[in-house]
Design a protein around this ligand. Structure first.
Ligand SMILES: NC(=O)c1ccc[n+]([C@@H]2O[C@H](COP(=O)([O-])OP(=O)(O)OC[C@H]3O[C@@H](n4cnc5c(N)ncnc54)[C@H](OP(=O)(O)O)[C@@H]3O)[C@@H](O)[C@H]2O)c1
Length: 234
């Protein structure tokens, strides 16, 4: 196999293959998201900056939380059940986690903001989750959608109107248009997170290639935590 030298990243021995297999894709996504979030803030930026993120227990969600914390941003995390909230709080303690199964989760988020503005919310779920986030962000805020874990249908565009909310989509594909220097910074970020926060790269299960159908089923099975890995037969 022939690949471009600049596309390769030397992985130190201390990083396991299980972490190396997932560290780039999810870190790059988190990095692209945090940049989009930063660019959505009103200038001059007033501190503290809060962000709201749903599906916060996902692999990308966990990395987004950590990258935000490392940059002095205060994340507020949403998950869909108390069980998931407890698991996330014990795996990655710190920022508040609320379950959207609580009818008053929006009030809980408001309380956590303590009167500060919420200008940016990250959505990985789609559909009605976007309407819900639009009720919580402040006037002129932005919802950044990057996934549709639930559905990519059913968003009521009128939900954006009361708070003049902008809806923005972010795809990892934009990363490939960055300069080599910017890409290098993300490689370094991935290596640093992998070394210093291996707990962010949980593995749900590793499957032999012949069991690829089981692996595919596992990806969307309820209660899954961590990434599903498929081993190469070579
Ligand atoms: N835009 C891009 O370029 C890009 C790149 C990579 C990933 N993504 C997106 O990022 C998101 C996360 O990916 P991932 O690989 O990090 O996920 P993951 O690790 O597989 O985690 C999935 C998480 O989502 C939650 N979830 C699943 N279905 C849900 C639903 N219907 N409503 C609410 N929560 C739900 C699960 O919560 P429970 O704990 O409750 O089961 C779990 O915590 C996905 O939407 C993916 O498509 C986008």
């Amino acid at each position: 196999m022939v690949v471009r030298y600049k596309s390769l990243l030397a992985v130190p021995k201390e990083i396991s293959d299980q972490i190396a297999a997932q560290m780039l894709i999810n870190t790059i996504t988190a990095s692209v998201l945090i940049k989009a979030g930063h660019n959505s803030l009103e200038t001059p930026i007033t501190l503290p900056v809060y962000i709201l993120q749903n599906a916060a227990a996902s692999g990308v969600g966990r990395l987004l939380t950590q990258v935000a914390l490392d940059r002095g941003v205060r994340p507020i995390r949403l998950v869909r059940s108390h069980q998931s909230a407890e698991k996330l709080q014990s795996a990655l303690p710190g920022p508040p986690v609320y379950s959207t199964s609580d009818s008053n989760w929006k009030e809980q988020v408001r309380e956590a903001l303590g009167g500060y503005k919420l200008e940016v919310a990250f959505d990985a779920i789609g559909g009605k989750a976007i309407d819900d986030l639009a009720e919580v962000v402040d006037d002129g805020g932005t919802i950044i959608n990057f996934g549709s874990l639930d559905t990519n249908m059913g968003t009521n565009i009128y939900s954006l109107i009361p708070n003049n909310v902008a809806l923005k989509s972010v795809s990892i594909m934009s990363w490939f248009r960055l300069t080599q220097d910017e890409k290098q910074k993300d490689f370094e970020l991935a290596l640093s997170l992998a070394k210093n926060h291996p707990e962010l790269f949980e593995v749900a299960h590793e499957y032999e290639f012949v069991d690829f159908q089981k692996a595919i089923q596992h990806v969307s099975s309820p209660g899954k935590t961590g990434i599903v890995l498929l081993k190469s037969p070579i």
